[in-house]
Write a protein that binds this ligand. Structure first.
Ligand code: NAD
Ligand code: UDX
Length: 479
């Protein structure tokens, strides 16, 4: 297989953008062109002002600045980039289906299929096609069938190379990946050569022992499995958080105690208002759907419980606000700190904040939101998408401000929904003075200092921290 001189990546989103930026940074002799149908997104990637890049990730602007215009290009000319490239990454979105068979569970592969058809139509030379998007196991088969049946004599090799980056740490995750997984047709010479071409790219900056090679199906399924295991840890600790609140145990102490067992490990044990993000829920639902379609009902039920627990955690957080505020939030101002699904990203997909806000709006609360990176337009789009009430009502009942102190002024309660570091640095005495009393804070991220805030006078409720009065009231063991 010839050397790779030109790479095309279809999809300039949270995966395509950062991944290709790092490949371009680390492989200066390869031209990398990232293409997308979304003109606005491409224009933002090309913006001279790096603050206007479409994705906020610490460290990303610096990588883009180093490579853009040198060997990194962002373009809407999809056909031209496909034709020129020897290797094409597909990084388009694979959301949960919202219609037809598998609605609400299966991955919608229409964008993937469109890419395959476009590649088949445009290509005049042999290509290696790399699945970077997260796909159901055996998707490569469908891709191959579309590509080889075009009859224009071009040879395609299909590789699976799932992406494991987490948003907010994407650049660091890419530059220093725990592992890179490449699935290919390793039983054939052509397949092995294609795998080697991709290995050579990653070997520019990663030691070869971190590059794992498997068959295509193992690679596709490993990605879904990794996300399912990670999400399962969060749901597991969140399940314990409810038990902690009722028994006088502290979830942070429990997490620390179990995390020091080297078999369990300390990561992904932070109890929270519920996991969000574009991947966990979508990929587990997809896994559940695959299991169900293979009549593996127990397997499907097992993984579905991770989602059920997560939905419960979001709901019970919101319900606790209503209960604590004397069983009504109607007409009460509640400040939400944070809207992104985690810190250090402007991404809001499946953020717990959206569901907590929706719950409180149903209870007629007046919500004011502050998030350091998420735009007002995005917040309204997220709420409107749920379709619970009209766009006008959403804009009337929920306001967005750019000053956290303004958000909290005259509020009955504050809910911390994203773990932004800046929230810890606020002048909490000043916030307390300007709030209505009793001043309630609901910390959905265990971010704030319980002791200090209580000393100021706040009534602080943290996830998984004992609600002492209740623990005393309710017997733990039935007698
Ligand atoms: P995204 O929505 O941010 O980006 C996808 C982009 O693809 C969009 O800009 C869209 O306009 C473009 N696109 C769709 N169809 C196209 C076509 N036919 N031609 C050109 N452009 C097209 O999605 P994302 O978060 O980058 O995720 C992409 C894939 O990577 C998904 O399968 C996802 O599951 C997976 N993934 C995501 C993450 C993450 O953290 N976001 C991590 C690992 C894997
Ligand atoms: C995840 C996977 O981590 C990544 O490997 C995959 O490629 C894409 O999906 P991402 O969704 O970007 O990445 O972020 P992640 O750090 O995994 O967090 C997901 C959600 O879980 C966030 O809402 C986060 O706040 C929450 N979380 C994470 C917890 O509540 N507790 C934890 O201990 C860890």
């Amino acid at each position: 297989m010839k050397n790779i001189k030109n790479i095309c990546c279809i999809g300039a989103g949270y995966v395509g953008g950062p991944t290709m930026s790092v490949i371009a940074q680390k492989c200066p002799e390869i031209n990398v062109t990232v293409v997308d149908l979304n003109e606005k997104r491409i224009a933002a990637w090309n913006d001279d002002n790096l603050d206007n890049l479409p994705i906020y990730e610490p460290g990303l602007a610096e990588v883009v600045e180093e490579a853009r215009g040198r060997n990194l290009f962002f373009s809407t000319e999809v056909d031209a980039a496909i034709d020129k490239a020897e290797m094409i990454f597909i990084s388009v979105n694979t959301p949960t289906k919202t219609y037809g068979i598998g609605k609400g569970m299966a991955a919608d592969l229409k964008y993937i299929e469109l890419c395959a058809r476009q590649i088949a139509r445009v290509s005049t030379t042999d290509k290696i096609i790399v699945e970077k998007s997260t796909l159901p196991v055996r998707t490569a088969e469908a891709l191959k069938s579309i590509l080889v049946n075009t009859g224009n004599g071009v040879n395609f090799q299909i590789l699976s190379n799932p992406e494991f980056l987490a948003e907010g740490t994407a650049v660091e995750d890419l530059q220093n990946a725990d592992r890179v997984l490449i699935g290919g047709d390793i039983d054939t010479t052509e397949g092995t050569e294609a795998v080697q071409a991709l290995v050579d790219i990653y070997a520019h900056w990663l030691p070869e022992e971190r590059i794992l090679i498997t068959n295509v199906w193992s690679s596709e399924l490993s990605k879904l499995t990794a996300n399912a295991f990670l999400a399962q840890r969060v749901s597991s600790i969140n399940a314990m958080s409810e038990l902690c609140e009722k028994t006088g145990a502290d979830v942070n102490e429990v997490a620390r105690a179990i995390g020091m067992d080297s078999r369990i490990g300390p990561k992904f044990l932070k109890s929270s208002v519920g996991f969000g993000g574009s991947c966990f829920q979508k990929d587990i639902l997809n896994l559940v759907y695959i299991a169900k379609s293979l009549s593996l009902d127990e397997v499907a039920d097992y993984w579905e419980q991770v989602i059920i627990m997560n939905d419960h955690q979001k709901r019970r957080f919101a319900a606790n606000i209503v209960k604590t505020l004397f069983n009504t939030v109607s007409g009460k101002k509640i400040a939400l700190l944070g809207w992104a699904f985690k810190k250090d990203t402007n991404d809001t997909r499946e953020s717990a904040a959206i569901y907590v806000a929706d719950y409180l709006l149903n209870e007629q609360a007046e919500i004011v939101v502050y998030d350091p990176k998420v735009t007002e337009e995005q917040m309204y789009a997220d709420l409107d998408y749920l379709g619970t009430r009209t766009e006008e009502e959403n804009r009337k009942l929920l306001k967005v401000v750019s000053d956290p102190y303004q958000a909290c002024e005259d509020a009955h309660a504050i809910a911390v929904l994203t773990e932004w570091d800046e929230f810890k640095t606020y002048d909490w005495e000043k916030i307390y003075e300007r709030m209505l009393k009793p001043a309630f804070v609901f910390d959905g991220r265990n971010l704030l200092n319980l002791h200090e805030l209580t000393k100021i006078g706040f009534k602080l409720s943290s996830i998984g921290k004992p609600i002492v009065e209740e623990a005393r009231k309710e017997p733990v063991l039935a007698v």
